[in-house]
Structure formats: structure tokens, C-alpha cells
Design a protein around this ligand. Sequence first.
Ligand code: ZN
Length: 264
Amino acid sequence: MKRLSVKCILAMFCLGFAFPALAQFDIKKAVGGATKAVQAATVTDAQVEAYVKEYIEWMDANNPVCDDASPYAIRLKKLVEGLDDADGIPLNFKVYYVTDVNAFACADGSVRIFSSLMDIMSDEELLGVIGHEMGHVAHRDSKRAFRTALLASALKDGVASAGGKAAKLTDSQLGELGEALVNARYSQKQEKEADDFGYEFLQNAGKNPWAMALSFRKLKQMQEEAGVEKSSKLNQLFSTHPDLDTRIKRMEERATADGIAMPE
Ligand SMILES: [Zn+2]
């Protein structure tokens, strides 16, 4: 199984469930001082959208995407049937055949699930991850994070000088953008709202919203198994945050209150 290049590992930004413990700190670090904050206003939505498109095309071109005949792609396709858009943003799904346990969503509605995440999660659990990711897309968290990353990277100079239209990025610029995306994490509030969105989204699509709590439980189990191995990749990606128990409880209580039975 192919491993993502270092550049691509760094490029993952939602990390399935983002890790809000450091979110505020990281965003401050990524955005920097007042000068950059002022420049944020100078990047148009159209520019951000053009860069998002360029970025996800580059990611797809530089990662092993499972073709339609792959068991992973077949499983995912079946799983996301009926999940067409998130608050009007059309969705598209692909599987990357990689060893990293991860998933992410881009502002344009592109959702990428890693095969190793699919290996360890049940269909219900995967749906929970997907529902949560959809929340970030629908709430435009992904777009805001991308904008933050764009301005935190050296690309901001190019953005400014391109005079309204997005410049074509080089590989190293896209890699740099990916690194900045790692720092542009979501806040606890955004995470909570993404959980709620995921819950309702799944329910409306005729899926069992218990998927939310079940995927968090699996995430917690993975954290515990990763244990004290601080250097393990899993622990870096799914770094412990005190919030997880609360999030599990919220989603369990909500499903219970709605009178929905937990899937087998
Ligand atoms: Zn998240």
C-alpha cells in the first residue's frame, strides 16, 4: 500500500475529526499579526474557490485514488448513496489507498476517505465521520480554514499580485498550502456544530444518526489503543482532547431522546 508523501500527509486538514484543544492557538499562530488579518479581506470568495479547486485536483493527482472497480470505492459509493449535497454544495467522494487513518472534506464539497480508515470502521461509523465532515462543508468552516491557510502561506503575495484572479500554483506552493492547512484547524464550537449537522444530515438522508456516537466511540477506542506511544501517527492525528467524552454523550443522548435504536 502506498504511503502519502510527507507533503501530502501535511496536507490533510480536517483529519476526520479535528482536534479542538489546540485550535485557537494554532489559528492564531497560522494567521499571525494584524497585517495578515487585514489582507484576509482582500481575498475574494472567487479566488478562494479557484484555489480550493486547484488544491483538490492536485491532491487527487498526487494520491492513489481507488478506481470504481475497487472494493473500497464500491463500498463508499453504496454508503453515500443519497448524500448529494451539503447545504447546496454538491458532494463528491473518493477513496485514497493509503496507510494513514484519515478523512477530510474540502470547501468545494470534495470528501476524501482514506482506505485505512475504512479498514477499521464499520459502515455506520464511517457514516458518522462523513456526516461530521459534511457539517464543516455546509457551515463553510472548510472554506474559512482554507482562506486562513491561504493567507498564512507565502501564497498571499501571489494572491494579491494576481489582481483578482487565482494564479496557477506550483507543486511547492501547493505543498506549502497543505502545511498551512494543517494549522487552520476548527474551533470547538465548529466541531460541535458539525456534529449536530452530521446528526441531522444522516437522519434526513434516512441513515441512522447513531453513527455519530458510534464513530466517536471508535475514535476514542483508537486513542486508547494508541496509548502512551506519543510518536505514533495515530496519536498525532487523533490526539486526545477532553471534549470527546462530551461529544459522545451529546450524540448518544440525542439519538436516545429521538427514540432511535442503536444499530447492531
Ligand atoms: Zn471536524
